[in-house]
Design a protein around this ligand. Structure first.
Ligand SMILES: Nc1ncnc2c1ncn2[C@@H]1O[C@H](COP(=O)(O)OP(=O)(O)OP(=O)(O)O)[C@@H](O)[C@H]1O
Ligand SMILES: [Mg+2]
Length: 312
């Protein structure tokens, strides 16, 4: 049995009249990367801020690392690391000092602190910047320092709210690498994001959230699969006959005419079906003029379930 390290049940949250989160339940398994993916205003920060004890628990039950958030806030706090949506570093501190100070707040011993700082600066490739002022770091370096700070106390779960917001594509990729290595070392990662690619590439499981509710939950592959299968678009020297010929081929779920082409929905992996299709119709003396294979992407998933690409 896999252990649930985060267990949220019937959670709701309101800001006065506005109900931001409505009766959501979900679990994060120990060792996984779990993402809340959703558009602006979906309620992601509200949930994560409650879990990290920044907002009061209004309704529902939450267990983190075996502790009850309602009755054991202090223990929860000691079990988690946090990276906020907005940069929260002190600009006038040095990089090493930032981690040093954080360790002191959590009453880490000085030898342990020093070892951990070396280890983490190495992990996020900031060892050379140990004595640099935070104000002199690039945006990506600041993010990496925040991740290191979040990991100072060896948390069981690292919470990150929009870890790569505002970063350039290269720095985002780097940050993903760090998060992967952090996760490989055994830290469970709970993050929120409104980036489809980020959720797709990093997560073991995703909960798609919109208007304060979880719309669908699963592995990235399951979410894409939920939209249907690969679609192959074919243009041939004789589309009507192609349609006839392929009717009896196994592995095809559906054939339809689409914008002057033959659209074929495959049962499973379209990349394996396609060569068979081509062989079949070539064998009947029909030429293939154009081929296009489309796998449902996370963008398609997002669009399908939230009805919008981004809401600003
Ligand atoms: N302090 C607050 N007071 C009143 N309403 C709030 C407050 N914080 C958030 N909200 C509202 O609650 C809803 C959920 O907001 P939340 O910040 O949780 O969304 P989010 O998914 O994190 O969005 P984003 O992607 O923009 O960070 C939104 O309608 C937002 O306007
Ligand atoms: Mg947010």
């Amino acid at each position: 049995m896999t252990e649930n390290i985060v267990d949220v049940s019937h959670f709701s949250y309101s800001y006065g009249e506005l109900q931001a989160v409505r009766d959501i339940s979900f679990q994060v398994k120990k060792g996984e990367v779990f993402s809340f993916l959703g558009p602006n205003g979906a309620g992601k920060s509200t949930v994560i801020n409650t879990l990290i004890t920044l907002l009061p628990l209004q309704k529902g039950t939450v267990q983190i690392a075996g502790y009850d958030l309602g009755s054991d806030q202090e223990k929860v706090r000691q079990s988690i690391g946090i990276v906020f949506q907005k940069i929260t570093l002190d600009k006038d501190m040095k990089v090493g000092e930032t981690l040093e100070f954080h360790g002191s707040i959590y009453q880490m011993g000085s030898a342990e602190k020093k070892n951990r700082i070396d280890e983490l600066l190495n992990l996020v490739e900031l060892s050379e910047k140990a004595d640099a002022l935070v104000s002199t770091l690039s945006g990506g370096m600041k993010r990496r320092l925040e991740i290191a700070r979040g990991l100072m106390t060896r948390p069981k779960v690292l919470f990150l709210d929009e870890p790569t917001i505002g970063l350039d594509p290269q720095t985002r990729r780097k940050t993903w690498d760090y998060l992967r290595s952090v996760n490989k070392e055994g830290t469970t990662v709970f993050m929120t994001t409104h980036y489809m690619d980020e959720a797709d590439l990093l997560s073991d499981r995703i909960a798609l959230i919109d208007h304060g509710q979880i719309i669908i939950e699963g592995t990235p592959a399951e979410l894409k699969q939920s939209l249907g299968n690969d679609i192959i678009y074919l243009d041939t020297s004789d589309n009507p006959r192609t349609t006839e010929i392929l009717r009896d081929l196994s592995g095809i779920r559906k054939i339809a005419a689409y914008e002057g082409k033959v659209a074929i929905t495959s049962e499973q992996d379209g990349t394996r079906l396609l060569p068979e299709i081509i062989r079949e119709i070539n064998g009947q003396g029909i030429d293939v003029c154009a081929v296009n294979l489309k796998k449902p992407s996370m963008d398609d998933v997002f669009l399908h379930y939230t009805g919008t690409e981004m809401r600003d």
